[in-house]
Design a protein around this ligand. Structure first.
Ligand SMILES: NC(=O)C1=CN([C@@H]2O[C@H](COP(=O)(O)OP(=O)(O)OC[C@H]3O[C@@H](n4cnc5c(N)ncnc54)[C@H](O)[C@@H]3O)[C@@H](O)[C@H]2O)[C@@H](O)CC1
Ligand SMILES: [K+]
Length: 220
């Protein structure tokens, strides 16, 4: 486990080297990330519905893995997705297809007017919208979903990075997800130490994705 901060680019390099040079399949890294995050979420989320917001990248892919593991832990889950499963690719698509076959409720949102209604029943909202591939400011449905989530009187948990934040600097242009907890993968991101970030990250938990210590030592 790494507690030294890394930039988004460094963490993305860790993922890539783990896949290309160590031969760990990306889907194994995603399973480790999602399973570890689900266990943390189960430990902090109050009783009641957990609504997982899934974007179209691998941050959303983590969300589909988490849904499967939280269901196994006895939690009620719904997934709210920004796109159809057919618009996903790679490991995110594989995990979304598994969730769909498992009858985990998934609804795609395309109308901003219905967001508040969809999010209302949630006791906890998990933000799997965007991770290290995000380029703020947020566009379209991502901005509307983050605004609607921030208005809900519930617990909010961010996966890897609160969506909307520049995790290298901590800059949080409005709207940026306001998390009570941030479950971040591999290492805290450099921007989390910035005073700008403190309102948005809440308590930070670092989850290992199973890359070897040797690789972590070689980065940064
Ligand atoms: N193998 C891996 O690389 C792993 C990745 N993991 C997860 O994957 C994440 C990174 O995944 P991705 O590289 O797919 O990136 P993201 O999941 O951050 O998504 C990138 C997508 O979002 C869109 N986007 C970027 N900025 C936007 C904006 N401002 N408004 C609207 N859309 C925007 C881009 O067009 C792109 O399609 C990590 O943060 C982590 O959660 C983990 O599953 C561990 C393993
Ligand atoms: K996120």
């Amino acid at each position: 486990m790494n507690s030294k901060s890394l930039s988004c680019e460094q963490v993305r390099r860790v993922d890539q080297i783990a896949i290309d040079e160590y031969g760990i399949p990306g889907i194994v890294l995603m399973e480790n990330a999602g399973r570890g995050a689900a266990e943390k979420i189960h430990g902090v989320a109050p009783p009641g519905l957990i609504t997982i917001l899934c974007g179209k990248g691998n941050n959303g892919g983590d969300g589909y893995v988490i849904a499967r593991h939280l269901e196994l832990l006895g939690r009620s889950i719904q997934i709210v997705s920004t796109c159809e499963i057919s618009d996903l690719s790679g490991d995110a698509k594989t995990n979304a297809e598994i969730a769909a076959r498992s009858d985990i409720p998934i609804q795609k949102v395309d109308e901003s007017s219905r967001l508040q209604l969809i999010l209302d029943p949630a006791a906890t909202i998990v933000d799997g919208l965007l991770g290290t591939g995000s380029k703020p400011p947020l566009r379209g449905m991502y901005a509307d979903l983050v605004r609607a989530a921030n208005n809900q009187p519930c617990m909010r948990i961010a996966l890897d990075i609160p969506t909307g934040m520049n995790a290298d600097t901590g800059e949080a242009i409005d709207p940026t997800f306001i998390a009570d907890h941030t479950i971040t993968f591999v290492a805290p991101k450099t921007g989390f130490a910035s005073p700008n970030a403190s309102k948005h990250i809440g308590q930070v938990h670092v989850v290992s994705i199973g890359v070897p210590s040797k690789l972590l030592r070689s980065i940064g």
